[in-house]
Structures are given as structure tokens and as C-alpha cells.
Design a protein around this ligand. Structure first.
Ligand code: FE2
Ligand code: FE2
Length: 396
């Protein structure tokens, strides 16, 4: 006695195939399923559907009940999933992501034969940090709206020359933020999506930088523009970051050393801001940058604990960058002078002297911060001091 499913008036092309599939799922290859129903095209549709799915519609030679179409189940459906493997477990990444998993969700049952993903980074240790899922959650919860997070119409009475210094700093910040946006976006495009939390975190990082580009541009143009200058040396320094081919050395140079240094710079601009908008944009960017630095430090430290020889590669990346930039000016002199003037607040020689000292103190604070982060990653103190001193004069 073959199994039966009744479609009543439902056509196979109106969802009836769901009922047929459901009934067939209970059967083994070679078993029969009789389909009853009133739809006038039922037999014609079933014949075509069976051919497409690897089943057979019984004919006169088969001993089947009169008048009712009967399906003989094929083996293709069973074969389809026989060689399928899960793309790891949904809750945590595997040590190695198989390129053949392609774009499948982590933990999904993956049918064989799909296109492999052309990702460059497939090893967990080369991209991972245990803090990544928590940092992503914090990033998603702390996205702010540039239109409302800053009081753009706050009254400000900034003297012309101080305003020009602010505009110069904003111009410089924008080009640095653009580099900081492109790098995580590039890393993201070469990352196996199996490392989902890192992918999500890099996406929020790029979104953070997009907002930084926006608010610094908007502050720069707030009093009518034009923007300040962009130096060849500053851009050369950023260009070396874009060219860094390895995930970890790129993350190290950008986030540990560059954005780490920027945290002190943004704090300085916030402290000496001559108007509320400048203070706001520096404070908001600073909050995001802390997450970017946290991931860079955590990932680099994580990789070094699994492979201490990696310290050598990190060191080489700093030395290589230093050598590449040796003949460039590094920091835009207009940027340095603007920092002095910002901290001075006026052209009085005693004020300029105070501003000058404040910038020297800033550079010392930046150096201390870099040394502390390098030591945390695993560098001995003397080597940390040496590498910090080789960091680009452009700060990022
Ligand atoms: Fe930023
Ligand atoms: Fe950043």
C-alpha cells in the first residue's frame, strides 16, 4: 500500500509541492507516494516536477491504483545532503575556516559544489581576539548621529587666527580618518566571513570613521571655509598604511600605534578646544577610537601569545615603515603650529611658550602610551621605547 497525500484543490504550482515534499521526506528511495487532488493540471505538473527533482512518475507498467498519479521516490535528494558538512558551530569560530564554506552562515549545513570564497585570511589566530564579540556589541550600541550628537549652532566667539588653526587641524584629521576608513574596509574584504564578529566589528569601525570624516569636515567648514593644507609627507605616511598587506601588521600599525597616538591627540584638541563644536567632535571621535585601539591591541597580543616569533614581524613592519618615510617631512608643519596656537589661545609670547610646552608634553604622552601598549603586547621595555621612537611623526 503506497503512502498518500491529498492536495484537495491545490495546484502543484500554488504551493502543493510543499505537501508532496513533506510526504516524500518520510520515505526511502524507491518507495511510492500516491498524490490525490482535484486540480486539472495535477498530473502534468507532477510529471515535470518529478523529472526536475529526480523522482519518477509511475506508469501503466507499474502496479498502481487506477487514475491517481503515483511518485516513485528517487535517490537524488538523499545524495544531495550525503556529503554536506556543517560550517563549524554557530556559537564560536573554528581554528580554520574552509574556503569551500563560501558565504554560508557559520554552523549551516553546506551543500557541496558551491563557489569557494576567495578570502585571504582563513586562520582564526591571524584575525581573532576574544574581546571582538563584546567590542562589536558595544560599537553597535554606541553609534551616534552626527546631526544630533553635536550642537552645531552652539554660540562660539573664536578669534580669526585661532579659527584658522582649528580649520587646519580639521583638514588634517579628515585625511587621517579617510585612511582609517579604507584600511578596515580593505581588511574586511579579504576576511573569511566565518569570523563573523571580526567582520561585524570592522564594519562598525568603517562606519565610525565615516562619521568622523563627516563631523571633522563639517567643523572645518562651519565658519565658511576654505579648508587648510594637506602636506605631501603626511599623505605619504598614510599611504604606507594602505599598502600594508598583512592583517595583523596593518591592524598593529593603524590601530595600536596610529589610532593609539590619535587618542592622545583628540584628547588634546578636546581640552584646548576654543568652541563647543570642536570639543564635541573630538570627544565623540575619541570614544570610538578607544574601541578601535582595544581591538588592535587585543588581536595583536592574542596572536603573539600563540606565536611569540610574531613580535619580530611586528618590529620589522615598524622599521620598514620608518625607512620608507625617512626622506619625508612627516607631520605637516601647519598642523604642528596649529596645535601650539590652539593650546596658547593667543599670540602673547608667554601664551605661545605655554602652547609650545603643551605640544611637547603631548608628544611625550603619545610616546608613553605607545610604549605601554607595545609592552602589553609583549615587547621588552627597551624595545618598546625604540619602536615608539620610530613611529611616524604624522601621529597616525
Ligand atoms: Fe576615526
Ligand atoms: Fe579609528
Amino acid at each position: 500500500m503506497p503512502a498518500t497525500t491529498d492536495l484537495e484543490g491545490l495546484g502543484l504550482d500554488e504551493g502543493g509541492h510543499l505537501l508532496v515534499d513533506r510526504a516524500l521526506a518520510q520515505l526511502r528511495a524507491g518507495d511510492r507516494l500516491t498524490v490525490t487532488g482535484r486540480h486539472p493540471a495535477l498530473r502534468v505538473h507532477l510529471a515535470a516536477w518529478c523529472r526536475a527533482r529526480g523522482h519518477r512518475l509511475a506508469d501503466d507498467a507499474d502496479d498502481v491504483p487506477d487514475g491517481q498519479p503515483t511518485i516513485v521516490k528517487g535517490a537524488a535528494g538523499e545524495r544531495r545532503w550525503r556529503d554536506a558538512r556543517r560550517a563549524g558551530a554557530a556559537d564560536a569560530p573554528e581554528e580554520r575556516a574552509d574556503p569551500r564554506w563560501g558565504l554560508a552562515a557559520r554552523g549551516a549545513l553546506v551543500e557541496t559544489g558551491g563557489p569557494p570564497i576567495g578570502a585571504e585570511w582563513t586562520e582564526r589566530e591571524h584575525v581573532w581576539a576574544d574581546i571582538a564579540p563584546r567590542l562589536y556589541a558595544a560599537a553597535a550600541a554606541n553609534q551616534w548621529d552626527p546631526a544630533t550628537a553635536v550642537n552645531w549652532t552652539a554660540p562660539a566667539d573664536v578669534p580669526d587666527e585661532i579659527e584658522r588653526a582649528v580649520v587646519q587641524l580639521m583638514t588634517y584629521l579628515v585625511e587621517n580618518e579617510q585612511a582609517a576608513l579604507i584600511i578596515p574596509a580593505r581588511l574586511l574584504s579579504q576576511l573569511h566571513p566565518h569570523f563573523r564578529e571580526v567582520m561585524q566589528l570592522l564594519a562598525t569601525q568603517a562606519a565610525d570613521e565615516a562619521r568622523h570624516v563627516e563631523v571633522f569636515t563639517r567643523r572645518g567648514l562651519l565658519t565658511g571655509g576654505p579648508l587648510g593644507t594637506s602636506s605631501a609627507g603626511g599623505r605619504a605616511s598614510l599611504q604606507t598604511l594602505l599598502a600594508e598587506p598583512d592583517f595583523t601588521t596593518a591592524s598593529f600599525l593603524l590601530s595600536v600605534l596610529g589610532e593609539g597616538t590619535f587618542i592622545d591627540l583628540l584628547r588634546f584638541i578636546h581640552r584646548h578646544a576654543p568652541d563647543p563644536v570642536t570639543a564635541d567632535v573630538a570627544r565623540l571621535a575619541l570614544r570610538d577610537e578607544a574601541r578601535h585601539v582595544a581591538f588592535g591591541v587585543a588581536h595583536t597580543a592574542h596572536l603573539v601569545t600563540t606565536d611569540t616569533s610574531y613580535l619580530g614581524r611586528l618590529r620589522q613592519s615598524v622599521e620598514r615603515r620608518h625607512a620608507a618615510l625617512q626622506d619625508t617631512a612627516g607631520l605637516n608643519t601647519e598642523v604642528f603650529d596649529s596645535l601650539v596656537l590652539l593650546a596658547a589661545g593667543s599670540w602673547q609670547p608667554t601664551a605661545i611658550s605655554r602652547g609650545w610646552q603643551a605640544v611637547r608634553d603631548l608628544q611625550a604622552t603619545m610616546d608613553e602610551g605607545r610604549r605601554r601598549r607595545l609592552a602589553y603586547i609583549g615587547f621588552p621595555d627597551d624595545e618598546a621605547a625604540e619602536l615608539s621612537a620610530l613611529h611616524t611623526r604624522n601621529f597616525m
